[in-house]
Design a protein around this ligand. Structure first.
Ligand SMILES: *Cc1c(COP(=O)(O)O)cnc(C)c1O
Length: 243
C-alpha cells in the first residue's frame, strides 16, 4: 500500500469522471478522510499535495491535528465530517476550519455563538438525509419535492441558519446508503444536487458546495455535481477499527 500511488489513482478517477461530466477537475476538492489513521499517513498525503483532511471524532482530532501541524510546513484544512455533539462545539472550533456535518438548528446556534465569541466566521455545510435511512444524521429531506410538510420546515431551517452571525453556509452534505453497485447511489446524489439548486433559488443563497461521494461511489457523485468528495479507504487503505 502506497499512499502516494493511491492518491494518483484517485486523481485519475476524478479527472475521468470530470471528463465524462464535462467538468473542470479543479471544481472538485479531494478531502482525504484520515479517521483511525496515524499522523504519518496524513503527512504522506500532504506531501502528495492533498490539502483537505476529514475527521469524524473530536477526541481523535485533538491529538492528531496539532501533531500534524507541528510536523508539516503545508497549510492543511481540517474538516469535521462526523456528528458533532453540542458540548464539543468549542473543542471542535479550536481544531477544524469547517464543520461539514451541521445537522440541527440547535447545533448551528451553538456554533454561531462560539464563532462570534472568537470574532471569526466559520464555514459550514448542512448535512441532509435524502435517502430516508433512519440510521443517518441530518435534516430530513425525503420527499422534499412533492411534500410541503417536508420542504417548508427544511427551507426554514436553512434560512434560519444562514441568518446566524459568525457562520457562512457553504452548501449541503450527504451520506449515501451503502450498496453493492455504485450506480444505485446516483439517485441520492442527483436528489441532493436538485435540493441544493432549489434551496439556493428559493432562499436567494449561493450554496456553492455539495459534499457527496466516498471511496465506493465518488465517480458517480462527481458526475452528479459533487464539489467535495470524502475519500478514506481508497487513499489510506482499510480501517482497522470499526469507525
Ligand atoms: C469514513 C467517512 C468517509 C470515508 O469513507 P470511505 O468509504 O473510507 O471513503 C466519508 N464521509 C464520512 C462522513 C465518513 O465518516
Amino acid at each position: 500500500m502506497n499512499i502516494h500511488e493511491n492518491i494518483e489513482r484517485v486523481r485519475e478517477h476524478i479527472a475521468a469522471a470530470c471528463a465524462r461530466a464535462g467538468r473542470d477537475p479543479d471544481s472538485v476538492t479531494l478531502v482525504a478522510v484520515s479517521k483511525t489513521h496515524p499522523v504519518e499517513s496524513v503527512l504522506l498525503a500532504a506531501e502528495a499535495g492533498v490539502q483537505h483532511f476529514g475527521e469524524n471524532r473530536v477526541e481523535e482530532a485533538q491529538s492528531k491535528i496539532p501533531a500534524a501541524g507541528l510536523r508539516t510546513a503545508h497549510s492543511l484544512t481540517w474538516r469535521m465530517i462526523g456528528h458533532l455533539q453540542s458540548r464539543k462545539v468549542k473543542d471542535a472550533l479550536a481544531l477544524f476550519q469547517t464543520i461539514d456535518s451541521v445537522d440541527s438548528v440547535r447545533l448551528a446556534e451553538k456554533l454561531s455563538r462560539a464563532a462570534a465569541e472568537t470574532g471569526s466566521t466559520l464555514d459550514i455545510l448542512l448535512e441532509v438525509n435524502v435517502s430516508g435511512e433512519a440510521s443517518k444524521y441530518g435534516f430530513q429531506a425525503t420527499g422534499w419535492r412533492t411534500e410541503t410538510a417536508v420542504r417548508e420546515p427544511l427551507f426554514q431551517a436553512i434560512q434560519a441558519i444562514a441568518q446566524l452571525p459568525g457562520l457562512q453556509v457553504r452548501g449541503l452534505m450527504t451520506m449515501a446508503p451503502i450498496v453493492d453497485d455504485m450506480e444505485q447511489t446516483r439517485p441520492v446524489f442527483a436528489e441532493l444536487a436538485a435540493l441544493r439548486a432549489a434551496a439556493a433559488e428559493a432562499l436567494g443563497l449561493p450554496l456553492p458546495d455539495l459534499s457527496m461521494g466516498m471511496t465506493d461511489d465518488y465517480p458517480v457523485a462527481i458526475e452528479e455535481g459533487a464539489t467535495l468528495i470524502r475519500v478514506g479507504r481508497a487513499i489510506f487503505g482499510e480501517r482497522v477499527t470499526n469507525n
